[in-house]
Each structure stands twice: as C-alpha cells, then as structure tokens.
Write a protein that binds this ligand. Structure first.
Ligand code: AMP
Length: 425
C-alpha cells in the first residue's frame, strides 16, 4: 500500500518522500486513517515500528486543516524522557517542513527561558516531558486549555518512571473534549486503567512486537567471567572493526566506568544516563551519530527512544533485571530493514536472567564461547593476576586516529598491550 492511499496532503507526502520512505509501516497504515478521521487509538508499538510518523503525520494534517484561534498549542505529545521529546519534536518538524505549523519542545535540565519565549510567540504543537510541562503550567507560561489532540508516547515507560501523578495533573488542565492517542510497548493492568480513563471508543492497533520480527536481529550470548567482560568487549570491537556500538549497562556508575575503560583501550566512547546533564547527553548522542564516538554506553532508561538509524551492533554488557528491557535493547538494532547483531556478555551469575529472557522470547539465544575468554570453572583461581590475553594483533586498516578524548583518564597503559599473545605466568 502506498503512502498516497492514506489520505495525507501533498505537503506531507513530499516530506515523506524527502525522508526516503517508500511504504507505510504497519502501524502507520493502521493509525493514519483512524487519526485523520478523528478517532482515539490505543496502540501497542515499540520504538522502531515507525510509531512517531504514525501519529505525527495525521496530527499535522488535522492541525493544518483547522483554523488557529490564538497562540495556545492545539496538540500535546507527552514523552517519558528528554531524548525522546527532542527526537519526536525533530521528527514532527521534519514531517511538517512544508506546512506553516509551529512546534516547541519542553523538557527539564535546560534553561526555561528559551522555552517561555518560544511559547509566547505561539505554537501549534508541543512535545513535552510531564515535569517541566507542569512547571510551565504552574507559572502560567503555557495554556493547555485549547488542546485538541493528546498523545501519550511510551505510556508504559512513563508509568515505570513514576509519572502517573504528573500525567493526571496534566489531564486536568486539558479540555475534556479532545482526541487521544496512547502508545505503549507493553500492556499491563496499569496501562489498561490509564487507557480506560482517557480513551473514548479507541481503535486497538497492535503491531508485531520486536521479538516476533527479530529475524533481522542476530542474537548471541557469550559466556564470560564478570571480571573479563570489559576485555572481551574491547576485543569484539577491535576484532570486528565495529564502528558503532550501543552498549547497555545496568547502572549509571557502571556506564561511566565502562566508558572510561573503553577509552583506555583506545575506543572512543561516551556514557549516556540520567545523571548526565542534557547538554552532555545531546553531545554524546551527536558524537555517536556522527561517528566520533564509537561506543555509546547507556542505561536502559536513557536509551529509551533514542533515534539512531540502522545500528549494526548492540551489546548487553550486563543482562537487564527485567526481561522486557532486553527486548527494548535489541530493538535498537536491525531496524528499518538492515541486519544487526545483539550480543550479550553473560557471566555465570546471570544465567537465571538469561533463562528469564529466553522464556519471554520463547526462543533460545545461542551460546557461543569466545576462544580465550572461556569462563573458569566455579571455584577456580585465575592463573594470573592480570588477565591472560589471546588477542590477535588488530589489523592496521582498523587503526583509528585517536583524538583527544575527554573520557580518557590518565595515560594509556604503556607496556600492557592488549593485542599481543601472552602466556600465563
Ligand atoms: P520510530 O518507531 O518512530 O522511532 O521510527 C523508527 C525509525 O523508522 C525512524 O528512524 C524513522 O525515520 C523510520 N521510519 C518511519 N517510518 C518509516 C517508513 N514508512 N519507512 C521507512 N522508515 C521509516
């Protein structure tokens, strides 16, 4: 089915064409006509399914077709994270580039004044995280009484992050007569409750979960001792000549530490997590997209909604405690028709987590031990206080110029080459 059969205006089709999209994704094919007709939807869809365009395109069309009566926004998109808010707004601007509509993005961690000024000029659509939106509402710098369309994007994640009270507070500021679109990667009793309270005779749209369509994602698990994970990761990056890898850790502290260690191994790297300032996160993401940062180390929450195209490699440095997070993580690779690999470094204490994930996926993840990184039998003492390395020398073609790296701590460890074959002591 071509985009032109969905009832979208020429300006939007032109923008779609400029993006190089050939056909609508399943969620777009289902959602766009319903939203254009003014209906509510409840959509089960993850990042990577094209859900942003599924709501942004018809909303832009509806807004364009209705007269603007003041400076107040007429559509509101709520997202759980700053990154997602920024990316959604960027997408909306891209899709609406040939229409005279104005957008604003509102999130915390940055100065409020530029947002105030943007709102004062007048906008049609606002993308916001709940907390900062309420700040604006509290100080009277945003008037939500003219909102005609509300989108809750990644509603499950908003609930996970404890935004339910903020969401309810926002809802009280909106007109009761409005169109509502709720997107959630997972269903739960809480989502159902939220949906029942908000949506009016919604159309249910369910697109294949990432793990149902995961044929484009090659999944593998590498058994390895916890103490040698960093070394194995550096080995995989070097030996595979990976130019771009997203690495997941369980904690913010772990993300920082790993990023520093990778930098010490000569791999340009940055960490992205909730404790980083907005500008540091934006810088890290930009560096990653532009190829200056080779390894982006992220926590689950920070990585949600990151819009990074065609990511070839995702590594679970530590398995997540919640199996669903594994699905979100590997959803970052093999997107939009290109193949990717999702590798998990699994230490002996994580076998239960792996079993939980396999149960959720209803499939086995093949185990593949890397020569030289075999886990020691339980109770065995490592033969050398320094880990034994069996790396082959990195081919010269893989050598990358190493610019100054803000994450590098201290001097590179001279005399401890990671690439020569060493014998155990
Ligand atoms: P989303 O699920 O909204 O995060 O979108 C995932 C990715 O798919 C984004 O990088 C979009 O640019 C891309 N995308 C969205 N719609 C299409 C489409 N119809 N064809 C190809 N790529 C698309």
């Amino acid at each position: 089915m071509p985009f032109s059969s969905l009832g979208l205006r020429a300006e939007l089709l032109r923008a779609i064409d400029a993006q190089g999209y050939d056909v609508p994704t399943p969620i777009q094919a289902q959602a766009i006509p319903t939203v254009l007709a003014g209906g509510d939807i409840l959509a089960g869809a993850q990042t990577g399914t094209g859900k942003t365009a599924a709501f942004a395109l018809p909303i832009l069309q509806l807004l364009h077709g209705r007269p603007r009566t003041g400076r107040q926004p007429r559509a509101l998109v709520l997202t759980p994270t700053r990154e997602l808010a920024a990316q959604v707004e960027e997408s909306v601007r891209t899709y609406g580039q040939f229409l005279p509509l104005r957008t604003a993005v509102i999130f915390g961690g940055v100065g409020i004044q530029p947002q105030v000024e943007r709102l004062r000029v007048g906008v049609d659509l606002v993308v916001a995280t709940p907390g900062r939106l309420l700040d604006h509402a509290g100080q009277g710098t945003i008037d939500l009484s003219r909102i005609e369309i509300l989108v809750l994007d990644e509603a499950d994640r908003m609930l996970d992050m404890g935004f339910i009270h903020d969401i309810r507070r926002v809802l009280k500021l909106l007109p009761t007569r409005r169109q509502n679109l709720l997107f959630s990667a997972t269903y739960s009793a809480e989502i159902e409750q939220l949906a029942t309270g908000i949506l009016r005779s919604p159309t249910f749209i369910e697109v294949a979960r990432r793990n149902d369509t995961a044929d484009l994602v090659r999944q593998l698990a590498h058994p390895v001792d916890k103490t040698r994970k960093r070394e194995l990761l550096s080995h995989l990056i070097h030996a595979g000549g990976w130019e771009q890898v997203l690495v997941f850790t369980r904690t913010k502290h772990g993300a920082n530490r790993l990023s520093d260690q990778l930098a010490n191994d000569g791999i340009s790297s940055a960490a992205i997590h909730g404790n980083k300032s907005q500008s540091a996160r934006t810088r890290a993401l930009l560096g990653f997209k532009q190829g200056e940062v080779r390894a982006l180390v992220a926590t689950d929450i920070a990585a949600r909604g990151l819009d990074i195209d065609r990511l070839p490699h995702v590594v679970n440095y530590e398995l997540p405690n919640v199996p669903e997070d594994y699905v979100h993580r590997i959803g970052r690779t093999g997107r939009a028709g290109s193949e990717g690999t999702a590798l998990s470094l699994v230490s002996p204490d994580e076998h239960k987590l792996l079993a939980d994930i396999q149960r959720l996926l209803k499939r086995k993840i093949p185990l593949h031990t890397i020569l030289g990184f075999e886990p020691l039998p339980a109770g065995a003492v490592p033969p050398d206080p320094e880990p034994v390395r069996f790396h082959r020398p990195r081919p010269a073609t893989n050598a990358r110029p190493q610019g100054p790296n803000p994450h590098r701590q201290g001097a590179p460890r001279q005399g401890r080459s990671g690439h020569g074959i060493r014998q155990a002591g």
